[in-house]
Design a protein around this ligand. Structure first.
Ligand SMILES: Cc1cc2nc3c(=O)[nH]c(=O)nc-3n(C[C@H](O)[C@H](O)[C@H](O)COP(=O)(O)OP(=O)(O)OC[C@H]3O[C@@H](n4cnc5c(N)ncnc54)[C@H](O)[C@@H]3O)c2cc1C
Length: 470
């Protein structure tokens, strides 16, 4: 019997359940499923694929040291199923769970069902995959985080020759998709470890205050997010290293704040796992009635950074170039689209996701909904672009770096977008649009039916921790 390990978004050697258990009999192959349509589906993009490829490359090199390597299967889950059945008589499949978009989930569910007893899916995350119980969630998460880390996979008896292309050939084939993506983060376990070290020992100083500034956060946030998304390091590895070192480290308050966010990560992903319909529907279903029309031209200006509001446009330019921006700016960008532009989040969310190298559907979709006021369990917050511009970039230096055509302007004019016809026209009236949004949102929230439904949403998705992150 041969063991078949199928990789998706857990691209690391250690603490990788499918790889570890699949290797134990020393007679295994490792297969990465490359489905071109997946990379075109809801929010996926070539910058994410590039990052994932970096991770695969390092993993492939590590596997070669233990008589193994990554084979690439090109096609869908359905194609992979047929290939396995025609290529092997006696086999057992190992995979890690992955909470992802509908396109992935549908294929994965059919695949699991089909192979049934010939396949094992490993939890490998801080989630409750079955027996969901929100009240016990926190306890369960702590249990997973404290469990022993899994070691490296066992060496293979010998490299198996199979009729799939090898990683290097695949890499050469798809490298052309990545032209122009020079500034996005690079993937791989060694980089993830370097980021963790430099963050814990040095970069985290002032994390709590610097994280709100788009300029300062670039260096003072951990920058581990795409590594979690593609699994070049596990949340548990980070959690355990942090817990072990914490007593001896400086900047404890900053690090405690970071530790909480590791919990948030899984808390948000759990929401999509529990209710996959959230990819298409608002957590509070009545909120789907709020924004029924959309304006492609306006959305296009927003995503290109041509709204006429310099600070917002600078954030978009920064994100396009680097594939990352800090939390506060993501929230402001989304709030502008949903409140000021009054566009349905279902139209704007995938476009924004495509720009994030770290696109994690569970976090992204839940956060998009929070910043659009459609969860029913979070107080709506409309971010003011001029206020954020003043608070985070008082001299407008950061904005000017991204929009050099504004170099000669007074910061005050930039903050308030008072540039007359010397800059792009504003696509909305900020005050009037915010008032409209407030009236609409609070209007719908008043009724008893809304509140009753919101209670149900809380029971299903709300955090039970004292400082509520929801
Ligand atoms: C509209 C919107 C969309 C977002 N989409 C994504 C996404 O697709 N992928 C993603 O990883 N994060 C997303 N976030 C959350 C947050 O902005 C990023 O996790 C963070 O900026 C990543 O940078 P970092 O790793 O340096 O974060 P750090 O501040 O160093 O945090 C460490 C880790 O904690 C987790 N984390 C931090 N903040 C949050 C949060 N608010 N909610 C859940 N987990 C959190 C992440 O895994 C992050 O890598 C989104 C936020 C908003 C408002």
């Amino acid at each position: 019997m041969i063991d078949i390990v199928i990789l998706n978004r857990n691209l690391r050697l250690n603490d990788n359940a499918a790889l570890f258990y699949g290797s134990l009999r020393s007679d295994y192959i490792v297969v990465y499923l490359y489905d071109e349509n997946y990379w075109k589906a809801n929010g996926k993009s070539s910058r994410q694929l590039k990052f994932s490829n970096d991770c695969l490359e390092e993993l492939d090199n590590s596997l070669k040291n233990i008589n193994s390597e990554i084979n690439i299967f090109e096609g869908s889950f359905n194609d992979l199923q047929k290939w396995i059945e025609t290529s092997f008589n006696d086999y057992f499949i190992h995979m890690n769970h992955c909470t992802d978009i509908n396109y992935f989930r549908e294929g994965f569910e059919k695949f699991k069902k089909h192979f049934n007893k010939k396949l094992r899916v490993y939890d490998d995350f801080g989630l409750q995959l079955n027996n969901f119980n929100r009240d016990a969630w926190s306890k369960n998460w702590n249990y997973i985080m404290h469990a022993d880390l899994l070691e490296s996979p066992v060496a293979n008896k010998n490299i198996k020759e199979i009729n799939l292309i090898k990683f290097n050939e695949f890499k050469n084939k798809i490298n052309k998709k990545f032209t122009g993506l020079v500034n996005i983060q690079k993937g791989g376990t060694s980089i993830a470890n370097e980021l963790l070290e430099s963050f814990l020992y040095d970069r985290c100083e002032g994390y709590r205050s610097k994280m709100s500034s788009p300029g300062l956060s670039e260096d003072s946030c951990s920058r581990l997010s795409p590594h979690f998304t593609y699994g070049s390091i596990s949340i548990r590895q980070v959690y355990q290293k942090l817990s072990e070192l914490l007593p001896s480290l400086k900047n404890q308050k900053d690090l405690y704040s970071f530790k909480k966010r590791l919990y948030w990560h899984c808390h948000f992903v759990q929401k999509l796992h529990t209710e996959p319909e959230l990819e298409f529907h608002s957590m509070h279903r009545m909120c789907d009635e709020l924004r029924t029309e959309y304006d492609y031209e306006m959305i296009d200006k927003w995503i290109k950074g041509e709204t006429g509001f310099p600070f917002l446009d600078a954030c978009m330019k920064f994100l396009q170039k680097n594939g990352w921006i800090n939390f506060r700016m993501r929230a402001m960008i989304m709030s502008f689209a949903s409140y000021n532009m009054w566009q349905p989040w279902q139209k704007t969310s995938p476009l924004l996701a495509e720009l994030f190298t770290d696109y994690e559907p569970g976090i992204h979709i839940s956060q998009v909904q929070m910043q659009s006021g459609v969860t029913g369990i979070n107080l709506p917050r409309i971010y003011s672009v001029p206020k954020q511009s003043i608070d985070q970039d008082i001299n407008a230096e950061w904005t000017k770096k991204l929009l050099p055509q504004l170099n000669d302007f007074d910061p005050k004019l930039i903050h308030n977008a008072e540039l007359e016809d010397l800059y792009i026209p504003k696509i909305v009236d900020l005050k009037a649009s915010a008032k409209f949004a407030r009236d609409e949102i609070w209007g719908i929230r008043k009724s008893k039916v809304f509140k009753d439904e919101a209670r149900k949403v809380y029971l299903k998705h709300g955090s039970r921790r004292k400082r509520n992150v929801n």
